[in-house]
Design a protein around this ligand. Structure first.
Ligand code: URA
Length: 196
């Protein structure tokens, strides 16, 4: 585990949360992580994207969505006119599951408070789940991504939706058209909020 690299936040609440997360031993994944993948981006963003868990590149670099799936995701942000610097990106799990297997329910339970706290600090207007795992955790347990992607729900202060996970698009490029439509709708929703 690499604990020598420490991000310095101006805000003590962020620094405290980050320090807690990077030294966390609450589940077995801390034994195999290279880095805790805390989250990245604009901590004052109106929009937050939430993925599933770090992959190999993310584990090595300590930053979410920097591998192939992340690069594809960046292309969608660019295509619809959302700057990566205007969003905050995090995952349900902060440590990589071995062989990129799905996060176990108990790992999610142990880790979810980090995400809750990140949401509380960022206070985004919109939360977009990237893929089925995030949607099932944040929107509804029985969320069906193929049927429900792109639909909007209001949850307390947040408008929420889910789009396909970029890694799925790498495996099934036929879904790319739907992803583009969903991401355009996300951008429109963001513009609407800014106009209101
Ligand atoms: N997949 C995710 O869900 N998150 C990442 O950070 C990278 C790949």
């Amino acid at each position: 585990m690499n604990e020598s690299k420490v991000l310095i936040f101006d805000d003590a609440r962020w620094q405290q949360l980050y320090d807690k997360c990077r030294t966390c031993t609450d589940c077995g994944l801390h034994c195999t992580r290279t880095n805790c993948v805390f989250g990245t981006g604009n901590i004052n963003a109106d929009i937050m994207f939430v993925g599933e868990a770090p992959g190999q590149n993310e584990d090595l670099q300590g930053v979410p969505f920097v591998g192939r799936a992340g690069q594809l995701f960046d292309r969608y942000l660019y295509a619809v006119g959302i700057e990566r610097s205007d969003v905050y990106i995090a995952n349900i799990l902060k440590c990589r599951p071995p062989q990129n297997r799905d996060p176990l329910p108990e790992e999610q339970d142990r880790c979810i408070n980090y995400l809750r706290e990140q949401v509380r600090l960022v206070r985004p207007r919109i939360i977009v789940c990237l893929g089925r795992i995030a949607a099932m955790r944040l929107i509804r347990k029985d969320y069906m991504i193929t049927k429900e992607h792109g639909q909007w729900v209001q949850r307390g202060d947040f408008l929420m939706t889910a789009v396909y996970h970029p890694a799925l698009l790498l495996r099934d490029p036929r879904k790319k058209e739907d992803m583009l439509l969903d991401m355009k709708a996300v951008k429109e929703k963001l513009d609407e909020l800014h106009k209101a």
